[in-house]
Design a protein around this ligand. Sequence first.
Ligand code: TRP
Ligand code: SF4
Length: 356
Amino acid sequence: MEPTPASVSISSPEEKKPEGQEIPIHRIVSGIQPSGKLHLGNYMGALKNWIDLQNRYECYFFIADWHALSTNYENTSLLKDNIRNMLLDWLALGLDPGKCTIFLQSDVLEHAELNLLLGMITPVSWLLRNPSYKDQQEQIHARDLATFGFLGYPVLMAADILLYRADHVPVGLDQLPHLELTREIARRLLHLYGPCVPEPLPLLTPTPKLLGLDGRKMSKSYDNCIYISDSAEVVWEKIRTMMTDPQRVRRTDPGDPQKCPVFNLHGSFTDDAARKEIDKGCRTAGIGCIDCKKILYANIETLLSSARRNRQKLEGDTALLGSILEEGAENARQEAKKTLSIVRKAMKLPEKHLFG
Ligand code: TRP
Ligand code: SF4
């Protein structure tokens, strides 16, 4: 199940001329579970990339609310809020419904139909050997994950992707096993029923691993995040009290930036020249940690202050948010219906006018 290097395209795909307009080339689809507010790690790992891709390709980006149910089916009370916050964060950061299709997975019921059809042809053994199925079952004890839905998570994900006949899927490394399963399912469709959907490739972006306030990976579950929606005061307070190189106790002690999570964040938010200065300053005790943190704060605020302004404008406009999702779903549904028609035909399933 390990993806072969050949199946991984690190850079953007070559620009090709679309031949027939029927099945456009360079169509991208990706989703995120609505697990709450986005943090800087999510931004660097996904959104920043999406915001760039929307200018170059036909993109479908969706909030994977059904996927969130696979692990959180018991407590659904926050789901609607989480969806709203996710949408607000996406828009505030610059994802633009004028440039890409933004929608909610559960608004497009075709995901469920394709999920069902793909479920019919996916061997259970493929799902049982999926590494994240095993990992999560071992790690999460508070919830019973021995469900049909959790086992079938990758089938639903395959449906999400194949439904749009996407050729590329921007994902993080952690999603590669899932994507490999999508590819296997696509090949199985081909083998059983002939050509109907392309086999999508992962679009891996070289994203640095962002460390959190405590020096561990930035993650909601560690409670060590800077959130896109944090106020300027909260952001400064978080950075001010952030862990630094533990060896650097006094201002006069030289430090090692490589051992400092503050410097790790400079890696994503500070330009090369300034970063070199800081590196030197830290190693020679020429710069103090507070000054170093002030620079980081200012650079992060460049991103967050504009997101904050955008968010404020959008927050009260429930009608606008609703219509963005509605239009997105309408768009998505059109493509989804085409795909289902192709798949049903290939599978020789009854269509309308069965006896006509
Ligand atoms: N599994 C993805 C995650 O947890 C979310 C997801 C669902 C997704 N369907 C997808 C990502 C389709 C890419 C394509 O982040
Ligand atoms: Fe970290 Fe900056 Fe302090 Fe060096 S000067 S230890 S990089 S916070």
